[in-house]
Write a protein that binds this ligand. Structure first.
Ligand code: GAP
Length: 456
C-alpha cells in the first residue's frame, strides 16, 4: 500500500489507468510490452502539451518554421547520420534467469532481478527495421526513424529555399519515433514507440555556444511556466563519456520523478555533423550562403529534443496531490496548469431533476463551443467535484434551482474549492479570464461571492 501524501509511480499508474489516461496496448490479448494507448483524457493531455510546444516555438517566433516529415526514410539517411554504426546500447544477459539488461543500468554489475552473474556487454543496435514493398530482403529493408531530427536535416535545403530564412533560424517537428529499447519501463518513461518534439536551430558556427545557453534557459522555463515546480527540474551537463556520437556538448533537462532525477529533454550542440554527413553521403550541396563572409558555410545546430510522453508523465506526476478534506477524507487532485488540463470545465446540474436539465444543457452547449467541457449529472455534487478534481478539471459550473429564477450559476475552483456566482451572460467570458489566470475573486459585472454547495 502506497504511503498517503507521497507521490509514487504506483499511485500515478493506478490513477492513469482508472481514469482512462493510459491503457496497455492490445490489452485484451495480454498486452504488448512497453507500448501504451492514450485514452480519452490522455490524448487531450498529450495534444495540449504538443499545442503548447508548437505555440511557444513556432507560432510565437519569427525564426522557426514547422515540418512534418515521414517516419520511413531512405536507408542512406541512417548510414550518413551514424545511426547504423553508432546508435547502440551495451547489452548483457543474466546467466541465471536469462533476462536481458542495459549494462549501464546495472548498479553492481549483477542481474537486478535475481542477482545472477551477467555476460560481457555486447553492443545492440536500437533501430527497428521493416520492409517496403512485397519483398523481404536486404534491398527493401528500411528503418523506423529513431529520432525525428533526420527528417529536418535532409530537408534543410528545401526549407531554406521556401522560407528564405537567414541564420540563425530553426525547424521544428513533432512526430513518432521508435527504438528497440533493451529495458523499457516506468509506464511511458521509456517505451519502444514514442513521440518527440524536436527543434534543429541552425546558426553560424561562432554563434553556437551562446545560443546553446539561451536554449537551456528557454526550455527549462517552458516546463516551469506550464506548472512544474521549479525545484523539480534542473539542467545537467553530459560527461564526455555520455555524449551521443553526433554531439559536441549536451545538457539534459531532468525532472525529479518518484524514481529519481531522470532525463526529460536533451539539448545538444550537434555542430555541423549532420548537415556535413548528408552532404557527403548524398553528393548534394547542403550549405548556407553567408552574405557577411561571401562564403558557403555548413551551419552548426543546437537541438532541443523533448519527449511528449515523458513530458506528459512529468506533468501528471507534478500535478498529482493528495490532501485531507475537512471530514478527513482523501481528496486527490491533479493540479494541472489550465492550458494542459484535459477538460477545462465541467457543467454540473445540482440535481438530476428534469426541471434543471434544459438550462444546464443549454449552458453546456454554449460553454463547449469555447472549451473542452464535460456534462455530469450522476451521483452527489460532492462526488462529481471529486471526480473532476481527480482528472484536473480547473472549473465546475453548477446549475441550481435558483439559476432558473435569477439566470446565474456558480463557478467552483478546483484548487481552492471556493465559488463565485455569475450571470449566465458573463459565464464564458469569466471562464476564459479565469483559465488565463485571473484570480477567482475578481468578479464580473453582476457577480458575487458564494458560500458554495456542500462538498459532500
Ligand atoms: N534527436 C536527439 C535525440 O533523439 P534523445 O536524448 O535520445 O535525443 C530525446 O531523445 C528525448 O526523447 C528524451 O529526452 C526523451 O524525452 C525522449 N525519449 C527518448 N527515448 C525515449 C523512449 N525510449 N521512450 C520515451 N521517450 C524517449
Amino acid at each position: 500500500m502506497a504511503e498517503p501524501g507521497k507521490v509514487d509511480m504506483d499511485k500515478i499508474a493506478s490513477l492513469v489507468k482508472r481514469r482512462g489516461f493510459l491503457f496497455q496496448s492490445s490489452e485484451i490479448y495480454g498486452g504488448l510490452a512497453s507500448c501504451w494507448d492514450y485514452g480519452p483524457l490522455g490524448v487531450e493531455l498529450k495534444n495540449n502539451i504538443k499545442r503548447e510546444w508548437w505555440r511557444t516555438n513556432v507560432q510565437q517566433r519569427d525564426d522557426i518554421v514547422g515540418l512534418d516529415a515521414s517516419i520511413l526514410m531512405h536507408p542512406s539517411v541512417w548510414t550518413a547520420s551514424g545511426h547504423v554504426s553508432g546508435f547502440a546500447d551495451p547489452m548483457v544477459d543474466c546467466k541465471l534467469c536469462q533476462k536481458r539488461w542495459r549494462a549501464d543500468h546495472l548498479n553492481d554489475g549483477r542481474c537486478p532481478d535475481c542477482g545472477g552473474e551477467v555476460t560481457e556487454p555486447r553492443m545492440f543496435n536500437l533501430m527497428l527495421k521493416t520492409f517496403l514493398g512485397p519483398l523481404e530482403d536486404d534491398a527493401h529493408q528500411v528503418y523506423m526513424r529513431p529520432e525525428t531530427a533526420q527528417g529536418i536535416f535532409v530537408n534543410f535545403s528545401n526549407i531554406l529555399t521556401v522560407s528564405r530564412k537567414k541564420l540563425p533560424f530553426g525547424i521544428a517537428q513533432i512526430g513518432k519515433a521508435f527504438r528497440n529499447e533493451i529495458t523499457p519501463g516506468n509506464l511511458t518513461f521509456r517505451t519502444r514507440e514514442f513521440e518527440m518534439m524536436e527543434i534543429e536551430y541552425f546558426t553560424v558556427p561562432g554563434g553556437a555556444e551562446e545560443l546553446h545557453q539561451e536554449w537551456l534557459d528557454d526550455r527549462l522555463n517552458w516546463y516551469v511556466d506550464l506548472g512544474i515546480d521549479k525545484e523539480h527540474v534542473r539542467l545537467r551537463r553530459h560527461g564526455d563519456d555520455e555524449l551521443a556520437h553526433y554531439a559536441q556538448s549536451c545538457y539534459d533537462v531532468e525532472y525529479l520523478f518518484p524514481m529519481g532525477w531522470m532525463e526529460l529533454e536533451g539539448i545538444a550542440n550537434r555542430g555541423d555533423f549532420d548537415l556535413r554527413r548528408h552532404g557527403e553521403e548524398s553528393g548534394k550541396e547542403v550549405s548556407y550562403y553567408d552574405e557577411l563572409s561571401g562564403q558557403h558555410i555548413i551551419p552548426y545546430v543546437i537541438e532541443p529534443s523533448a519527449g511528449v510522453d515523458r513530458s506528459a508523465l512529468a506533468f501528471l506526476t507534478d500535478a498529482y496531490t493528495e490532501e485531507l478534506d475537512e471530514k478527513g477524507d482523501l481528496r486527490v487532485v491533479l493540479r494541472f496548469h489550465p492550458r494542459l488540463a484535459p477538460i477545462k470545465v465541467a457543467v454540473l446540474p445540482l440535481s438530476k431533476k428534469e426541471t434543471l436539465a434544459p438550462l444546464a444543457k443549454e449552458i453546456y452547449t454554449s460553454v463547449r463551443q469555447h472549451f473542452m467541457t464535460q456534462y455530469d449529472d450522476t451521483q452527489s455534487i460532492g462526488r462529481r467535484y471529486r471526480r473532476q478534481d481527480e482528472i484536473g478539471t480547473p472549473f465546475g459550473v453548477v446549475v441550481d434551482f435558483q439559476s432558473l429564477e435569477d439566470n446565474q450559476v456558480t463557478i467552483r475552483d478546483r484548487d481552492s474549492m471556493k465559488q463565485i456566482r455569475v450571470p449566465v451572460a458573463e459565464l464564458v467570458g469569466t471562464l476564459q479570464r479565469k483559465l488565463d489566470g485571473e484570480p477567482l475573486d475578481v468578479l464580473p459585472p453582476g457577480g458575487s461571492y458564494w458560500l458554495g454547495f456542500d462538498e459532500s
